[in-house]
Ligand binder design. Structure first.
Ligand code: SF4
Ligand code: SF4
Length: 281
């Protein structure tokens, strides 16, 4: 006598996003036949034609940030119907690129792009956990395929995912990259940013932009002082990293989500001439 084992039901929902994280998911499916065979993907609009948004889920992945009242409605409808809810990517975890619009008045954003804004209902960008409880986060812009696989596997096996909390610098050194912060005087944020991406940006000749958010023990004030001491000309760029909201300056998330505080903003923005005792004018 054989009893049919019910496969875990999975849903992938999109809010405001570029869909890059879903692309990573689709791209890695070739490496995951055993995982995909073990699941019943009920809802994943980018990947399948027939979708069933109703009913119970075991795992729901949310890509994108909340920018519409209908996103809040969707999250509140889905949350009680899933055992696990995963925020996938910087937009869902922290607001991501979408949170750039929080730096200017709402109407100004809309009227910059569209001539008729009468039908717009968009609201300030919020990460998913501002609206509903999130059980797990897969960070990055886009997410790292390996981490996504680890998270899916751990969810299926009912164990805690083995995700890193060390900095990008560790992986950068393992790749034997020369340090862009020390050698190139670039405002690379690897020291304060959570690793797990394999130090992708520094390895391909770009400074880390902090898309994975800060490590739990990130000493941002020390980073800011170190950038000032080294007279790193691009350190003010840190202030522009609003797209990764956990690093954003206080005007982006006035409710206190920001990791960078006003004192750190002041240190980073201190003109080099002031440090030398000269005039800042
Ligand atoms: S985190 Fe980045 S790649 Fe993923 S949806 Fe947002 S903007 Fe796109
Ligand atoms: S280049 Fe960036 S990530 Fe690499 S060691 Fe230097 S600060 Fe760290």
């Amino acid at each position: 006598m054989s009893s049919k084992v019910e496969k875990p039901k999975v849903g992938v929902f999109k809010l405001s996003s570029c869909a890059g994280c879903q692309m990573v998911m689709i791209y890695h499916h070739d490496y995951l036949p055993e995982v995909l065979n073990a699941t019943d993907i009920k809802y994943f609009k980018m990947a399948r034609r027939d979708n069933v948004p109703e009913g119970k889920f075991d795992v729901v992945f949310i890509e994108g940030a909340v920018t519409e009242p209908e996103h809040i409605k969707l999250l509140k409808e889905v949350r009680p119907r899933t055992k696990l809810l995963v925020a996938m990517g910087a937009c869902a975890c922290d607001g991501g690129v979408v949170s750039l619009k929080n730096t200017v008045p709402e109407h100004q954003v809309e009227s910059t792009v569209y001539s008729d804004t009468s039908k717009f209902t968009s609201i300030k960008t919020q990460p998913v956990d501002e609206v509903v409880k999130v059980d797990a986060y897969v960070r990055g812009c886009p997410v790292d395929g390996g981490e996504l696989i680890e998270l899916i596997k751990s969810a299926l096996m009912g164990r805690k995912p083995n995700l890193t909390n060390y900095s990008v610098c560790i992986e950068c050194k393992l790749n034997e990259n020369p340090c862009r912060f020390i050698n190139n005087k670039e405002a690379c944020m690897g020291t304060i940013t959570r690793g797990g991406c394999g130090a992708l940006c520094p390895t391909y000749n770009r400074p880390c932009r902090g898309c994975r958010g800060p490590t739990t023990d990130a000493n941002i004030i020390s980073y800011a002082r170190s950038a000032l001491d080294r007279e790193i000309p691009g350190r003010e760029d840190l202030l522009k990293r609003r797209e990764f909201a956990e690093f954003a300056p206080p005007n982006v998330y006035p409710q206190g989500r920001n990791v960078i505080k006003a004192t750190e903003v002041a240190i980073i923005s201190t003109p080099i001439s002031s440090k030398k005792g000269g005039s800042s004018q």
